[in-house]
Design a binder for this molecule. Structure first.
Ligand code: F6R
Length: 359
């Protein structure tokens, strides 16, 4: 039931703080211990490399997860598009462990890979929102997102839930591997902080609605740019905008723009920069100057500690590993309001189905 909402997408965007708190309650004990199946944790601990396999938004959540697994658990992690991996499998490490990210648990491309992984005799985990879904039944282990039904075709709360789930697993694995980064990382504290940041951002929807109206209501194309983790967020941000508003959008590594793509910048081309990492903030800002001098109209989504006077969207402080949880929220809202402003059925974009059961 949509209740007072015009579309499920906005309802699901608003549900995200509660979904993250729910994951904390399910998987983190009072004393901070991670409560995930011991056998799953030991299977992951025996692996020399993690392979995350997924499609679409779930793949984009995997890109963010790679950074979290490598930083907290110090385990090399690869992320693969399911439809590529199935037929062009890379050379696997000696002891691979497979993680399938899938909201629906039914995506055919991912099922195809899992069937091959099972044939090869490797263990796997499916992280999904749907209990008893095919990918859940066919994997060795399941971790449920408990995000509640996601009705809008464009995935929002499953993305942030998947990142939170990856964080919980990475912390558990890092504790088994005794990494200093895991010892220092207070999962419940950091996830709560992220949930609170999301709440603040969804409470400031009006700012984003105005920006959608002024920058995106008539444009044909747009760019999201960022570096490092902000580039991973930019990829998901651009998928959200293009799929519901039909604005052709690319998520780009800021530094790569000048190597060709900058030729697409014209008068008033919207360029949205995500800036959460102090190491690269100045570099991204100088890439922005390059597009501004070619006429781009810029929106900045910037962490509190790095914000400057003209930045339109300021993100409350969260742990550096979890900035995608905050930075994606204004991007989800920009996609929603742009689609609504253009008069589209936000929940049912043309040509798309919620669950893609063909390869
Ligand atoms: C985008 C979107 C799709 C799905 C993709 C995978 O908003 O919803 O890109 O993320 O089809 O679906 P699941 O996660 O169900 O495997």
């Amino acid at each position: 039931d949509k209740g007072a909402y015009d579309f499920f997408m906005l309802k699901e965007i608003d549900e995200q703080p509660g979904v993250i708190r729910g994951l904390e309650q399910t998987y983190i004990a009072q004393d901070g211990q991670i409560e995930v199946d011991d056998k799953l944790m030991s299977a992951m601990n025996q692996a020399d490399r993690l392979y995350i396999v997924a499609a679409g938004t779930s793949y984009n959540a995997g890109l963010v997860g790679k950074n979290i697994f490598e930083k907290l658990a110090a385990v090399p992690t690869e992320v693969h598009i399911a439809s590529e991996f199935g037929y062009n499998m890379p050379l696997l490490s000696e002891k691979p462990f497979f993680i399938f990210l899938t909201q629906s648990g039914e995506t055919a491309d991912s099922r195809e890979v899992l069937a091959k992984v099972n044939q090869l005799g490797y263990e796997s985990l499916t992280i999904t929102n749907v209990p008893n879904s095919t990918l859940s039944r066919e994997a060795t282990y399941t971790m449920l997102l408990n995000a509640g039904p996601e009705i809008a075709v464009a995935s929002t709360k499953a993305y942030t839930a998947q990142i939170a789930a990856e964080t919980i697993l990475a912390k558990g694995l890092g504790m088994l591997k005794v990494t200093p980064a895991a010892a220092e990382f207070d999962t419940a504290f950091e996830l709560t902080k992220a949930a609170n940041a999301i709440q603040t951002l969804v409470d400031q929807k009006d700012i984003v609605e105005d920006l959608a109206a002024t920058h995106l209501s008539t444009t044909r194309n747009a760019f999201y740019i960022g570096r490092g983790i902000d580039y991973q967020t930019a990829i998901e941000a651009s998928l959200k905008l293009k799929e519901v508003s039909y604005v052709q959008t690319e998520g780009f590594a800021s530094g790569e723009l000048k190597h060709g793509t900058i030729s697409l910048i014209e008068e008033n081309t919207p360029v949205i920069a995500i800036i959460t990492d102090q190491k690269t903030a100045e570099l991204t800002r100088s890439n922005e100057q390059e597009v501004i001098s070619r006429g781009a109209s810029v929106i900045n989504i910037v962490s509190e500690n790095l914000a400057e006077e003209d930045d339109q969207i300021v993100l409350p402080a969260v742990h550096q590993l979890l900035t995608p949880l905050a930075a994606i929220i204004p991007a989800q809202l920009l996609a929603y309001y742009t689609s609504k402003e253009r008069g589209y059925d936000v929940d049912k974009p043309r040509n798309l189905a919620k669950s893609v059961t063909v390869e």
